[in-house]
Ligand binder design. Structure first.
Ligand code: AMP
Length: 207
């Protein structure tokens, strides 16, 4: 599929899980800002060192660091792609608008208590970026990624305190994007609570 898609929901709303399905089954390329930043942190690049202190506190990494990173990746894309975790501020959305048009901004709607429960029980794969949940989507073998065999870990920003901070940051900085994309006629609201497969079918149905 050729569409350019932005995934808008709060942390824990299922952006990563759904992006993974869209990548595996619909042929999209997923660009996750968080994954790119975590890779930079692991590789101890200059960007990684600067980004880490913000990420550890659940704060947004400053626009000047994130925008350069994403602009370079987006410029190189052809075909359909999904932006997972970008834009997260109106300023980032304006920059994106100056580079390309967005066909669908998908907003996964999930309430805060559910988000906290999901994030604190989340496990992630550092190798292929697949995500699991200890209760709702456990890996077939404990601690091992179903997709690539990588060793699962708990992200340092998935502790309860940092999660609550991330939700506050979401409300203040990212929530206004719902109106931003609503005005442009590309906002698609999806109920993000329920069966992972049914949510995926709902997304597929609106593309
Ligand atoms: P995520 O994996 O999408 O939950 O992102 C993890 C962390 O990376 C966030 O809490 C931020 O610190 C940082 N981050 C990800 N995307 C952005 C963005 N678009 N702008 C600023 N910081 C970001």
């Amino acid at each position: 599929m050729e569409a350019r898609i932005v995934l808008l929901g709060p942390p824990g709303s299922g952006k990563g899980t759904q992006a993974e399905r869209m990548e595996d089954e619909l042929g999209f390329v997923r660009l996750s800002t968080g994954d790119l930043l975590r890779e930079a942190v692991r590789n101890q690049t200059e960007l990684g060192k600067q980004a880490k202190e913000f990420m550890d506190q659940g704060l947004l990494v400053p626009n000047e660091l994130v925008i350069g990173l994403m602009k370079e990746k987006i410029d190189r894309m052809d075909g359909g792609y999904i932006l997972d975790g970008f834009p997260r501020t109106v300023q980032q959305a304006e920059v994106l608008e100056s580079i390309t048009s967005v066909d669908h901004a998908i907003n996964l709607d999930v309430d805060d208590e559910e988000l906290v429960s999901r994030l604190t029980k989340r496990r992630s794969c550092p190798d292929c970026n697949a995500v699991f949940h200890l209760l709702y989507k456990p890996p077939a073998a404990e601690g091992v990624c179903d997709r690539c065999g990588g060793e699962l870990y708990q992200r340092s920003d998935d502790s309860e305190e940092t999660v609550r901070n991330r939700l506050k940051v979401y409300r203040e900085n990212t929530f206004p994007l719902i109106e931003f994309y609503g005005k442009r006629g590309v906002l698609r609201d999806i109920d993000g609570v329920g069966d992972i497969d049914e949510i995926f079918q709902a997304i597929k149905g609106l593309l």
